[in-house]
Design a protein around this ligand. Structure first.
Ligand code: AMP
Ligand code: MG
Length: 486
């Protein structure tokens, strides 16, 4: 077990050419205090969880002191924001503290979000607010436990420093932990600013550390891009299957390893509304929930431009063309699993889409409806789920098709129920649940953050004592508009 003083830093990003970043110093909070601590992430770093009780913990992760071995830096990158390339981006309020290697040989990026201004802050204050730090902390943990690649967070440190957004909020810092903070936008920057040597160095770094299987390929860069396409396609399928809306799918928020990255105004679907826009500032619906798969491809296209100095045009195009098939294969398999089907049959797609169509037309809840489907019997009485549908006839018609399909593969009710409950979560981070935790935290009560943290660690389990956390949102909690400013 390591202490704060003995974390095993191995800062491989800081060893890359200096042009890729700027060295920075965090600007600490005057009176930092612990808001939330994640012992599972401490374990990833081999950090003794008892360290969280020491005053130094808040000093290090509240930006007052620099951890021994850490070499804080702000990464430079660019990216397409809402379709427009912005050359001015970079870590404007987050700092990469370095990489920590654990006893398993894994290496984790430590990134302190909200630690003050950097050369890339533009007009920003370099700060993050408690509200969005809580949302990122819980959202990333929820995604991880849903089995979806995601960044994580070690802790949130609070302060009494006022931070001005639409209204005055509490400043906070979040210690984000991820396999990497290298984004699509890194490659776009190096391409559009004509720095081919640096671009090659960064690509080699990513391949060596995150795509080692590509290194010995006859075309390592082309193979690497092909893998990024596949990982991104799988990630988009996973988001759609669980009803996750990212909200700001700019290419600087897209991780090069296909990991859910940069939680802003994200949301999970309540009622199944394919056009759901979770980002209050997304007036055109560019990042609406049902646009996500195509935006994933759009972003890969921007990355392909970024890599066009390293990879033949035809190879880039071939990889991009494989995206749709990869996404649909993951999505199709995932939807079949959500329906509890084991065999693959041509009619499955229509059956799945038929259910989604029913949900949409009846305004039914996405998560609860799939979860309830597991209780359905192949024969016998009408399920309670039926009452959630205004159009009962349409539901009955779909149910007949579904039951016939289950019969066709001799589906066993009990076994199917277990399988379905392992893929259809009972508990998700609904916006209103996060909001309750935020409202309490604004009044100094952090207990609900920890409560949700524990709840979301077991999203697929029945937790009878927490049944109310699986309820439909109250009226005030539907259609919450989440501001992009964080
Ligand atoms: P985001 O929307 O959080 O992905 O941020 C987009 C860009 O704006 C990134 O380059 C951020 O570092 C920068 N940024 C966001 N908020 C701030 C802030 N409060 N101060 C400085 N830079 C910021
Ligand atoms: Mg970002």
């Amino acid at each position: 077990m390591k202490t704060l003083d003995t974390l095993n830093f191995d800062n491989r990003f800081a060893r890359l050419p200096e042009k890729l970043f700027s060295r920075v110093t965090p600007r600490g909070f005057a009176r930092p205090h612990l808001v939330a601590f994640n012992p599972d992430v401490a374990a990833l770093l081999d950090l003794d969880p008892a360290e969280a009780q020491k005053p130094d913990f808040c000093a290090f992760f509240g930006g007052q002191k620099v951890l021994p071995g850490s070499e804080p830096l702000a990464m430079k990158y660019t990216g397409h924001q809402f379709g427009i390339h912005n050359p001015e981006l970079g870590d404007g309020r987050g700092m990469l503290l370095g990489q920590v290697r654990n006893s398993k040989g894994e290496t984790w990026d430590l990134h302190l979000k909200g630690a003050g201004q950097t050369p890339y802050s533009r007009f920003g204050d370099g700060r993050a607010v408690l509200r969005s730090s809580i949302r990122e902390y819980l959202g990333s943990e929820a995604m991880h436990h849903l089995g979806i690649p995601s960044t994580r967070a070690l802790c949130i440190i609070g302060s009494d420093e006022p931070v001005q957004r639409e209204k005055t909020e509490h400043g906070a810092m979040l210690l984000r932990v991820a396999d990497t903070h290298i984004r699509f936008g890194h490659f776009e920057w190096l391409h559009h600013s004509s720095q081919p040597e640096l671009l090659k160095a960064l690509a080699d770094h990513v391949i060596a550390n995150h795509y080692p299987e590509c290194r010995d390929d006859t075309q390592p860069y082309a193979r690497f891009f092909d893998e990024v396409v596949k990982r991104t396609a799988r990630l988009m399928a996973q988001w759609q299957l669980v009803g996750f809306a990212h909200g700001v799918m700019n290419t600087d928020n897209f991780s090069i390893t296909g990991t859910t990255f940069d939680y802003g105004p994200f949301g999970f679907l309540d009622a199944y509304e394919p056009g759901y826009i979770c980002n209050h500032s997304d007036h055109s619906g560019r990042y609406a929930w049902n646009q996500q798969p195509s935006v994933g491809l759009w972003n890969l296209n921007a990355l392909a431009h970024g890599l066009s100095g390293l990879i033949e045009h035809d190879a880039l195009v071939a990889s991009l063309q494989s995206y749709e098939h990869a996404l649909l294969a993951h999505y199709g398999a995932g939807l079949r699993a959500k329906l509890g089907l084991q065999e693959e049959r041509p009619e499955d797609r229509d059956l799945g889409i038929g259910f989604l169509d029913l949900l949409m037309k009846n305004g039914a809840d996405y998560t609860r409806s799939f979860r309830a489907l597991a209780t359905l019997k192949t024969t016998g009485e009408k399920p309670a789920l039926r009452d959630d549908f205004v159009d009962r006839e349409a539901f009955d018609a779909w149910l007949l098709r579904y039951q016939a399909r289950l019969h066709a593969e001799n589906s066993d009710d009990a076994a199917r129920r277990i399988r379905m409950n392992a893929v259809n979560p009972k508990y998700i981070l609904r916006n209103y649940l996060a909001q309750i935790a935020i409202d309490k935290a604004d009044n100094g009560d952090y207990s609900e953050i920890d409560k949700l943290y524990r709840l979301l660690q077991r999203p697929f389990d029945e937790q009878p004592e927490n049944e109310n956390y699986a309820s439909l949102p109250p009226d005030w909690g539907r259609h919450m508009e989440i501001s992009c400013s964080s």
